[in-house]
Ligand binder design. Structure first.
Ligand code: SF4
Ligand code: MG
Length: 382
């Protein structure tokens, strides 16, 4: 919800913060259990930062990450940030609403989010300390639960596997950390089983990463992510470094595993053609914002944002008779340090008007959950 991630830019002798890179700037989306949501956009648009922030490999600048009706945001904050977070996200808001509605029951009734209702009840019953207790008691268990259930597959199958470790150690590490196996023999069995699941021979268990091809290494990366039986996997450009023929094998594998283990994927790619096959819904990002989000079918049949339309025109179609006009966008993606005013896409948009540089278009929902952020949605067909 309203996720922001800004990176400070430091300069000068005193390394003072002179600006911020607005890598992710106020985005909200849901990921439903068992679905695959594709996140696409050019490099530098904030996809990876979004993925890393959801997984808490980075702390968000603001906003919250809710998993299974639990606000997991403060779990990884330093102690000094927790009180401020709880006050700003909940306490101040609940107190304001209480002044407005007079009764605590009315406040709860008027909150839209289930999670807000839950935390408001606790706050009114038990105060700040009760709310703090609810969110941060058993901190270590909660952190472990989070780490176990939220996994990542990295883009580069060459650099993401430790070259000094054998495959068994790479995959078994998490099993030991989380106490999921009682001894080495059980770990070995489990790793063999995982290799089999990802289509690698269990005999490879004592090999080193350099003895594998790129596609095979990516399978090792997938086995590692699967080892802890997670709920959600962020696949960050998981197939982008692979040959096209291997890409489809890995995508098919991911789909099979999703069905078998009831996995939920956030599938990040810069290429719409890649997310087309695997995603249920697709979110298109541009310069730190979500500009369009829809069911895959709706998005491909009826793209409404000029940026999505131009991305789609870049997908090759294997039919020599079909001559599609490829839309070439003018200029580069502007700097996220000082993004354009109004609609961030306006300097490159083929149909930009006056209002576009003045007023930021909000992300609004049209029919069937199709969301788009454009003052002239649907008016650019390419
Ligand atoms: Fe183009 Fe304006 Fe729509 Fe932005 S709001 S995408 S500049 S038409
Ligand atoms: Mg990236």
């Amino acid at each position: 919800d309203n996720l922001k991630k800004y990176f400070p830019v430091r300069a000068g002798v005193f390394k003072r913060v002179v600006a911020h890179v607005q890598a992710v700037d106020d985005i909200s989306f849901k990921v439903y259990e068992g679905e695959t949501i594709g996140l696409v956009g050019e490099s530098g648009c904030g996809k990876s930062t979004t993925g890393m922030t959801i997984l808490r490999l980075l702390n968000p600048t603001s906003g919250r990450i809710v998993v299974d009706e639990i606000d997991t945001t403060p779990l990884f904050f330093p102690k000094s940030k927790v009180r401020k977070y709880i006050n700003e996200t909940y306490v101040d808001r609940f107190n304001e609403l209480k002044n407005k509605y007079k009764s605590e029951d009315d406040v709860i009734k008027n909150l839209k989010d289930e999670i807000d209702k839950k935390y408001a009840k606790i706050f009114f019953d038990k105060g700040y300390n009760g709310l703090h207790q609810e969110m941060l008691s058993n901190l270590n268990e909660k952190r472990k639960w989070f780490r176990r259930n939220m996994q990542i597959i990295f883009q580069d199958p060459y650099s993401s596997l430790n070259p000094r470790l054998r495959i068994r150690s790479i995959i078994a590490e998490g099993l030991f950390t989380h106490g999921l196996v009682k001894d080495g023999a059980e770990a070995t069995e489990k790793v063999k089983d995982l290799l089999d699941k990802v289509g690698l021979s269990p005999e490879y268990i004592y090999r080193f990463p350099h003895e594998f091809s790129g596609g095979q290494r990516q399978r090792v990366g997938i086995a590692r992510a699967l080892a802890l039986n997670p709920k959600l996997i962020v696949a960050d450009e998981a197939v982008s470094a692979l040959d096209v023929s291997i890409q489809s094998q890995v995508i098919n594998l991911l789909e099979d595993l999703q069905n078998e283990f009831k996995l939920t994927y956030v599938f990040i790619a810069h290429d719409l053609a890649v997310v087309k096959h695997i995603s249920d819904r697709v979110a298109v990002m541009y310069l730190g914002k979500i500009v369009e989000l829809a069911d895959k079918k709706d998005l491909f049949a009826n793209p409404l944002h000029p940026y999505t339309v131009s991305l789609m025109s870049a997908i090759p179609i294997p039919d020599p008779e079909y001559k599609k006009k490829r839309i070439i966008l003018q200029g580069d993606v502007p700097s996220p340090i000082n993004p354009p005013s109004g609609c961030r896409f306006h300097p490159r948009c083929p149909i930009a008007k006056d209002i576009c540089s003045k007023k930021e278009p909000p992300l609004v929902e049209l029919e069937n959950g199709h969301q788009v952020a454009c003052h002239f949605a649907g008016q650019f067909k390419g």
